[in-house]
Design a protein around this ligand. Structure first.
Ligand code: NAD
Ligand code: 3PG
Length: 525
């Protein structure tokens, strides 16, 4: 039974879902970093929000971890490259809290426009400062949205309802999409110059870090109000403080900070600054959505191999997962066979799909072939990290789905080139499920993949099979199945022998010394 740890305050609906799906779950919100490092090795899955930091140190100890599920959007608290290297799928729930977060941004903008937090505190304190608080209307004002993705688009829609004029900056926003959502797409400088309110809705990346720095803040319209419910780090807080103090920026509403949790911050206590403690996603609806979704997604992956909303590997739908499973097994066996036969470095790998295989989601099949291929290099390789393993080793990878007649109902072919040699193996699924080898280096043969197989290439000469059988028999090795093929009469022959147990090195040497042997290897699957 797979085991999952929930280390942040997720809605307990997640616990129910895991248990209903037959997954053991430990609910330990607020777990300290060193405790996480000490227990993570016991789990197949880790469900988190933004508090748990999944660092390289945590991942190093995560022996059996298969999946990290983020109940929310940002995965900046997860070392995704380290997780990928370790073969761990990282998935998030990209939509579950979008409406809630957009509503928070709109609430923050309104709170800022009408100084509601200060007026609230003053009124509670028994003051009646009717003349102290003078707000501004949103009606007719220009809202500049930086980042027009899921949340940005919802903010745009709500702001249009408030009759604001919305302009957007997002390098990945097409003109067509801008028209669909009814905004004017502008460059950043134009947005800065025109907006009365600016709201940020981008991820924190190298291109967005400090997107509102001193230089860009100086380009904003005097009296601008700034809202950030996306990520701390998008605004240079020191530059913002200076601009608030000078009066160039009239106010800021911030849900996120450069350092979180933020007990102290230079912006705290400023009258024209509204702050909340990263509450963007904090509604019961959003928390239920993301907890439920992350638990279902993690359970799907752990139980069926279906992958949704992964940030480091291609998706496999719940419908596709059972169809792809035998293909991934076949591709892994084919890759593994080539990996075990390739002594020198592989320069190029080609995966070709024909017949029914060509109609499927091909990326997981490719990833499985690469995983099999690189198993001899690293025990920790799997379909999640195999593509990056290949990239790091400068292996050129190509994938082709052929739309042509095929001798088999379905076929997967893997070819490797290592400078001097090109090797091809191909396989099909017998009965639609059982992997079967049908071609090795241009030689047709039909072989099942046994756990331990002897691979022998030899000159096609009479008496060879008898000698090979006797050598194995004399060594007390039982043959489960014997598969044969050859290029042509008197050409090169290939024997694949499925054996019980293993073949000691001394016996392998004796086989290699048999007359006519070109190559003999022991393969394991
Ligand atoms: N405060 C919270 O509690 C809370 C809750 C949910 C999400 N978030 C954060 O909100 C942000 C937006 O989330 P989303 O779901 O809308 O993401 P999204 O991926 O749907 O949208 C992000 C948009 O930013 C755009 N973008 C990327 N680089 C850009 C750049 N250099 N300049 C301008 N635009 C750029 C992208 O093209 C995309 O359209 C994320 O940072 C997320 O982590 C915060
Ligand atoms: O990226 C997100 O989904 C938000 O920042 C929410 O974070 P939280 O789950 O810690 O509230």
């Amino acid at each position: 039974m797979p085991k999952v740890l929930i280390s942040d305050a997720l809605s307990e609906r997640a616990v129910d879902i895991f248990r209903e799906r037959g997954i053991e779950v430990d609910y330990k919100p607020g777990m300290k970093a060193d405790e996480l490092v000490s227990v993570i090795g016991n789990y197949d899955g880790l469900a988190i929000r933004s508090a748990t930091k999944v660092t390289e140190a945590v991942l190093e100890k995560a022996g059996g971890l298969k999946v990290i599920g983020r109940a929310g959007i940002g995965v900046d608290n997860v070392d995704v490259p380290a997780a990928t290297k370790k073969g761990v799928v990282v998935m998030n729930t990209p939509f579950g809290n979008s409406i809630t977060t957009a509503e928070h941004a709109i609430s923050m903008m309104m709170a800022l426009a009408r100084q509601i937090p200060e007026a609230n505190a003053s009124t509670h304190a028994g003051k009646w400062e009717k003349n102290r608080f003078m707000g501004v209307e949103l009606f007719g004002k220009v809202l500049g949205v930086i980042g027009c993705g899921n949340i940005g688009s919802i903010v745009i829609d709500r702001a249009q309802g408030l009759k604001m004029k919305v302009i957007g900056f997002d390098p990945f926003l097409t003109e067509e999409r801008a028209q669909d959502i009814g905004i004017e797409k502008v460059e950043l400088d134009e947005l800065l110059a025109r907006a009365d309110f600016i709201t940020l809705h981008t991820p924190l990346t190298d291109s967005t870090r400090n997107i509102l720095n001193a230089e860009n803040i100086a380009k904003t319209k005097p009296g601008v109000r700034i809202v950030n419910c996306a990520r701390g780090g998008l605004i240079d807080e020191a530059a913002l403080k200076a601009a608030l103090e000078s009066g160039h920026v009239a106010g800021a509403a911030l849900d996120v900070f450069e350092v979180e949790p933020a007990k102290e911050n230079a912006l705290f206590g400023m009258e024209n600054v509204v702050v909340t403690p990263h509450l963007g996603a904090a509604t019961s609806e959003a928390q239920e959505n993301v907890a439920l979704q992350v638990a279902e997604q993690m359970a799907d992956y752990l139980l069926t191999g279906a992958i949704s909303n992964a940030v480091n590997v291609a998706s496999v739908s719940a419908e596709d997962a059972p169809k792809l499973k035998p293909y991934m097994q076949l591709a892994e066996y084919l890759g593994s066979m080539l990996g075990q036969l390739t002594v020198e470095g592989i320069g190029q790998v080609t995966v070709e799909l024909e017949g029914h295989a060509a109609t499927l989601n091909s990326k997981p099949i490719l990833a499985a072939a690469l995983a099999g291929l690189m198993k001899p290099i690293s025990d920790s390789v799997n379909m999640v990290n195999a593509p990056s393993f290949a990239r790091q080793r400068d292996i050129a990878v190509s994938l082709t789905a052929h739309d042509r007649d095929c001798d088999y109902q379905t076929l997967v072919r893997v070819t490797t080139t290592d400078g001097s040699q090109t090797r091809t193996v191909a396989g099909t699924l017998f009965g639609g499920r059982a992997p079967r080898l049908v071609e090795v280096r241009g030689i047709s043969m039909e072989a099942d993949f046994g756990a331990t197989m002897l691979y022998v290439r030899n000159r096609d000469e009479p008496g060879f099979i008898g000698k090979l059988g006797s050598t194995l028999g004399e060594a007390g090795i039982n043959i489960a199945s014997f598969y044969l093929g050859r290029t042509e009469k008197g050409g090169v022959a290939l024997s694949l022998v499925d054996i019980d147990g293993t073949v000691e090195d001394a016996v392998l040497q004796r086989i290699r010394a048999l007359p006519g042997v070109i190559r003999a290897e022991l393969l394991t699957f």
